[in-house]
Design a protein around this ligand. Structure first.
Ligand code: T5A
Length: 220
């Protein structure tokens, strides 16, 4: 049984440059215009400690970390964000939209680095217990299209973008598996659509899928 809060936890997933940050901002604005309190966070990151972990994960040589170490660092950052920001906000009734969560560890470390689905599922359970998203959007996009979209960034946080195309194709396969195993919470959408068309689709799905949360919010 998943841990339940009065406010929902929404996650966005997908390969590099799928359009998650763009869509998160639009969805957060849409919800705020309805009077809902919304916080947006990203992984890895979102707390002082998790941002430090982000820095060492996203910069440097592609082989800087062995896959298991990388999975543990992602999980350490996740745990810090969950305990210090996500759960306290949900307990207060603030909705959270998170740019990546444990499905990213399954897709990137489990499939991309081939640690394995079951192994990462155990790690994710150790990290967050029975906590899980109420709604997960998986933005589907061919890996090369997404990588091309992120070209020219200057932050130096491109360690994953520089991994091989085989790696990124396995990540995509990982997301297909995650969607198949979690049909109750995962919805796959086409990331090649125009930004505005996609944002309207995400709003409609959110209204439908989280209907109960909207009703609770109006009554509170
Ligand atoms: N990671 C993370 C793991 O390996 N394991 C884990 O457990 C976790 C949590 C994070 C990296 O860490 C890895 C995965 C990642 O490689 P990041 O820099 O935060 O690094 O990378 P991303 O999460 O991939 O974020 P990006 O900013 O690169 O991609 P987004 O947020 O999906 O895309 P966005 O919205 O910034 O858009 C990219 C560009 O495309 C345009 C935007 O304007 C922007 O220029 N765009 C569109 N163009 C055309 N059509 C559309 N529909 C568009 N939508 C956006």
């Amino acid at each position: 049984m998943a841990e339940q809060f009065e406010a929902p936890f929404i996650t966005f997933e997908g390969g590099e440059g799928a359009g998650k940050s763009t869509q998160i901002e639009i969805l957060a604005t849409f919800l705020r215009e309805k009077g809902i309190l919304v916080e947006t966070v990203r992984e890895p990151g979102g707390t002082a400690g998790a941002e430090q972990i982000r820095d060492i994960l996203l910069k440097g040589r592609t082989d800087r970390w062995d896959p298991v170490t990388e999975a543990l660092l992602m999980s350490a950052a996740r745990r810090d964000l969950l305990i210090k920001r996500i759960k306290p906000h949900l307990e207060e009734g603030t909705w959270i939209i998170c740019d990546r969560h444990f499905d990213s560890t399954t897709a990137y470390q489990g499939f991309g680095h081939q640690i394995g689905y079951d192994e990462i599922r155990e790690l994710n359970h150790f990290t967050v217990g029975s906590f899980q998203p109420d709604l997960t959007f998986i933005i589907d996009i061919p890996p090369q299209v997404g990588i091309d979209r992120t070209a020219g960034r200057t932050l130096g946080e491109d360690r994953f973008e520089r991994m091989t195309m085989e790696f990124h194709n396995r990540v995509l396969e990982g997301y297909e598996t995650i969607a198949r195993h979690n049909p109750d919470r995962c919805i796959v959408v086409n990331g090649l659509q125009d930004v505005d068309v996609l944002s309207k689709e995400l709003q409609a799905i959110t209204l439908r899928h989280l209907k109960g949360f909207f009703e609770n919010y109006r009554e509170a």
